[in-house]
Design a protein around this ligand. Structure first.
Ligand code: NAI
Ligand code: MG
Length: 477
């Protein structure tokens, strides 16, 4: 069995404890590889390396176009490992092979994009008086720690790391213990790009151990986290103890409103990717549809047909439309939610339970007649479970869509763009999709309202959260 390692200070390190984390293929539950498990010692080494590289000012003082060129080089090297790394990502996460390879290419795009922004981080001059010359400079925080989840094991690394690097921070990425292997291929790309030692460190250890220790480390100055609300709150508490900033993206319970004039086939295509893609394990999953009663029966029929047509299988098998969830624990959780929905009065018009086969497969589940107070309408399920809620007038639709503690995504399906824009203005969510779920790119700001978190990833706006403003006043007297 191949032992994958942590990438610290430009070196590949095993765990001094010799402990390893075994990684399985969720389509078969068979072990596919193991990785050295970072403990406190390795976290200390990674933080020390990041701190030393930051203090050396190698990135901060690098001529800005050279920093950009280095980022383009990381992008090129990442594209070179996309096939091989994507395959491992497909095996460790379960998602479709094409999507897995795309994650590597998305990371490369992120690096190219932020490379182009390195020389556009401009400060200001501020009029104070004729005897003071006052200006601002945008400076990095120093050592930035990024905790990433298992649903997008690589693209979540790329989006925060590219921004962090572009702004001159030194970074430690802690990958998720369920999907740590693909990021080692990316670390290889970093190494091939000859990134100076310590600027980027990629480690894997358990969240409550290496993750919590990293976030609380006195030499970490900035934290980026994507994952569950509960863990996010723990991380925010830990950051509050040190009074350091954190960027948190904490999932959602996103609703799409279907107006009577909607093109229902567009809703179906959105369901295919939005709730059944990656087996629904997407923070902005289209987990609720709020449907006008005049079109509900027709839409439900189409959703049942879609669910039936999805071939259940591993991501590495051509044509698999419904891939596994990440683990037995996640499968139990998702199945439990579906069961609770049925017990509380929803009707499973398709699915509702696990698929009887090896691995962790959940049926494509469509729950009809869901009411806003049911658990399935309120909590993040993170599985292929779609709740259908009915409405009569549009204010009620907006009320139902916003009746959640989350505020990550929302959607509107209508041919009337005036109505779409009116609806978008009422929805409490960081991103609103009109007629197609997931319209964003590396250039569009992404993040949550309400308990879905704050600050933004991706796009130009994200840069603001990775820099601090220094104001300099020069007396001309
Ligand atoms: P989690 O939020 O606990 O894990 C995400 C990352 O945080 C992992 O890298 C983990 O090692 C790390 N982590 C865990 N505890 C930590 C701590 N105390 N300090 C620092 N880092 C820590 O999520 P988990 O347990 O894997 O999944 C549970 C649920 O969370 C899912 O069912 C889903 O509802 C939600 N989730 C949401 C995601 C999103 O994209 N919004 C991603 C992953 C999970
Ligand atoms: Mg696994």
């Amino acid at each position: 069995m191949k032992l994958y390692k942590n990438y610290i200070d430009g070196k590949w390190l095993e765990s001094e404890s010799k402990e390893v984390i075994q990684v399985d293929d969720p389509a078969t539950a068979k072990i596919i590889g193991e990785i050295a498990c970072a403990k406190k010692i390795e976290v200390d080494l990674a933080v020390a390396a990041a701190k030393a590289s930051f203090n050396s000012r190698i990135l901060v003082d690098m001529p800005i176009l050279q920093r950009a060129k280095l980022m383009h080089r990381i992008a090129d090297e990442t594209r070179k490992v996309a096939e091989e790394g994507g395959k491992i990502l497909c095996y460790e996460n379960g998602k479709a092979l094409g999507s897995a390879i795309k994650e590597f290419n998305d990371v490369a795009d992120m690096f190219d994009y932020y490379a182009g922004l390195t020389d556009k981080l401009e400060g200001k001059t501020i009029p104070v008086s004729s005897s003071v010359f006052d200006y601002t400079v945008l400076e990095p925080f120093g050592v930035s720690a990024h905790i990433v989840p298992w649903n997008f094991p690589l693209s979540m690394v790329g989006r925060s790391l590219a921004c962090s690097f572009a702004t001159g921070n030194s970074t430690i990425v802690k990958t998720a213990e369920l999907t740590p292997l693909s990021a080692t291929f990316f670390a290889k790309a970093i190494d091939n790009a000859e990134v100076p030692n310590g600027l980027i460190n990629i480690i894997c250890g358990y969240g409550n151990e290496a993750g919590a220790y990293l976030v609380a480390h006195p030499d970490v100055n900035h934290v980026v986290f994507t994952g569950s609300v509960d863990t996010g709150k723990k991380i925010l508490h830990s950051c509050a103890d040190k009074a350091i900033p954190a960027i948190v993206e904490l999932g959602g319970k996103s609703a799409g409103i279907v107006y009577p004039d909607a093109d229902l086939d567009q809703v179906i295509e959105s369901a295919r990717h939005g709730i059944f893609g990656v087996a629904g394990q997407i923070c902005t999953a289209m987990s609720r549809l709020v449907v006008h009663k005049s079109v509900k029966d027709e839409l439900v029929d189409k959703l049942v047909n879609l669910s039936k047509s999805l071939k259940v299988g591993p991501g590495y098998e051509e044509g698999s439309g419904l891939t596994p969830v990440i683990s037995e624990k996640q499968l139990e959780k998702v199945e439990g939610y579906a069961r609770s929905g049925i017990q509380q009065g929803a009707e499973a018009v398709h699915g509702g339970k696990r698929v009887e086969r090896d691995g962790y497969f959940m049926e494509a589940t469509v729950l009809n007649n869901v009411k806003p107070d049911m658990t399935v309408a309120r909590e993040e399920i993170f599985g292929p479970v779609l709740s259908i809620l009915e409405y009569d007038d549009q204010d009620e639709a907006i009320h139902i869509a916003n009746d959640t503690d989350f505020g990550l995504g929302a959607g509107v399906f209508t041919k009337d763009l005036k109505k779409a824009s009116w609806t978008a203005s009422k929805l409490e969510a960081g991103q609103v999709y009109v007629n197609k779920w997931f319209t964003g790119s590396h250039a569009t700001p992404f993040g949550g309202y309400k308990q879905s978190g704050y600050s933004r990833e991706k796009g130009i706006d994200a840069l603001k959260a990775y820099v601090q403003i220094k104001n300099v006043g020069i007396s001309l007297d």
